[in-house]
Design a protein around this ligand. Structure first.
Ligand code: LLP
Length: 423
């Protein structure tokens, strides 16, 4: 049993359900800060100038972003609204590297690149076809390019972000040509980026080291063919977290060491000046700090037993989109808890049969009014939510280190849902 997966702050959940209407997301500040520190520490040990970014798409609540910035992270933004919200958090000088981070979109029009550039983001271009846009928006001194190193890995096929079927990045065979193009436009400083998959399986211990080796080969090839020296290497995000109790946790120390070895080997082999290392995790920082807390409304004992809760897949779509597994805990609300564990599916209220947040799971016997806690809901959870069936999205609370709660987002209202209608 992996304690990291089965843990939830039970006392805080019990206090919270007495005070707040369910469902809601509960985020644990202590865990969030610990994740930030552990990530930074693992890499900074081997790379003293390590530059960590946080992938805003994973959880973009500004109170969460503020904590992550306090822990010394800048941001990886992928859209204008992510740029906008991070700009509201503070002045550029407040950020770790006096830049606010890197903008990595894909298929962006020039207007979006300009917006990010004007906000102080370092642009990371996804394709050779985007390079001419720099003329239109003004050539920056510093540009990064996203390379597709030809291979990628993820737990879910649609989260493989490199290789021939991925829509992202410049094929590595075109890399030298792309850097020559930006150099000829007047760019003076260069970065390289890859993002090869999200939630890379934890068992793939050598994956990050191996892929960095490949990227450094590309760096050497670029230098040889164009004379361009890469100053910044962003290894992307994608660090997997355990979702199932039987899965191990990723050993970040081991990964950082394998990246260190890859740098030593390749820089020596190709005579490269060592680039400055960056990474941009999302899930690893926020997934396990978040819980979706809901209450049982209806129990249906038909062909199968369904436990209907007040949260639905519009709050947390990962099971409905990917068939993803999230661990579930039950808190029995009755005076005398009891009943035999049983196999049930946890259903939401959306008119889609994939609105089942857990399927055929052996859980403590549930009755109406019991509390269902869904784990690993701090990343790619609220941020992927939607309003199908006119369902509203719910509140977010932060469990502060002193045990108090802060409401960091209210629940939506019907008026919010129709706020964009003009008549
Ligand atoms: N950097 C870039 C350029 C990305 O596209 C992503 C994720 C990240 C960093 C952060 O990846 P992470 O460390 O969180 O794996 N919605 C899916 C994941 C899609 C991730 C998209 N890009 C899910 O729920 O599993």
């Amino acid at each position: 049993m992996n304690k990291q997966v089965i843990y939830y702050p039970e006392d805080a959940v019990l206090r919270a359900v007495k005070q707040f209407e369910t469902p809601f997301f509960l985020y644990d500040e202590a865990r969030l800060r610990e994740n930030c520190r552990n990530f930074k520490k693992a890499f900074s040990r081997h790379f003293p100038n390590f530059w960590p970014l946080y992938a805003v798409k994973a959880n973009s609540n500004p109170e969460i972003l503020k904590i992550i910035a306090e822990e010394g992270f800048d941001f990886d933004a992928s859209s204008p609204s992510e740029v906008w919200i991070t700009r509201k958090l503070g002045k550029t000088e407040d950020f770790a590297m006096s830049s606010i981070g890197m903008f990595t979109g894909n298929y962006n029009p020039a207007s979006e690149l300009k917006y990010a550039k004007d906000a102080g983001y370092l642009l990371n271009l996804d394709d050779i076809s985007m390079i001419p846009m720099l003329q239109e928006i003004g050539v920056s001194e510093f540009i990064s390019l996203r390379i597709n190193p030809g291979v990628g890995k993820a737990t879910i096929e649609s989260n493989v972000f490199a290789g021939p079927n991925a829509k992202y990045g410049i094929p590595f065979e075109q890399a030298a040509q792309a850097y020559a193009m930006v150099r000829d436009m007047g760019v003076k400083r260069f970065g390289i980026h890859m993002m090869t998959g999200s939630n890379v399986p934890i068992g793939e211990k050598n994956y990050f080291g191996d892929i960095i080796k490949k990227l450094l080969e590309v760096v050497a090839d670029i230098k040889e063919k164009t004379g361009v020296e890469i100053e910044l290497l962003n290894m992307g995000g994608g660090f997997g977290v355990p979702y199932r109790p039987e899965e191990d946790s990723l050993n970040m120390e081991e990964i950082a060491l394998s990246v260190r070895k890859a740098f030593d080997e390749q820089c020596e082999k190709y005579g490269l000046k060592e680039p400055h290392l960056m990474a941009e995790p999302g899930r690893w920082i926020t997934a396990d700090m978040g819980f979706l807390v809901s209450r049982v409304d209806v129990i249906k004992d038909g062909y199968k037993k369904f436990v209907g809760i007040d949260a639905s897949s519009n709050d947390m779509p990962r099971p409905s989109i990917y068939g993803a597994y999230h661990h579930v805990s039950v808190i029995q609300a009755r005076e005398s808890s009891g009943g035999k564990p049983e196999t049930v599916s946890i259903a939401g209220k959306i008119c889609e049969n994939n609105d089942q947040l857990a399927q055929d799971r052996e859980l403590l016997h549930c009755e109406v009014g019991d509390i269902i806690v869904i784990h690993n809901c701090g990343a790619h959870a609220y941020s992927m939510g939607h309003n199908y069936n006119g369902r509203l999205r719910h509140a977010e609370y932060l469990l502060r280190i002193d045990g108090s709660f802060a409401k960091i987002r209210r629940a939506e209202t019907f008026e919010d849902l129709y706020a964009t209608i003009l008549s």
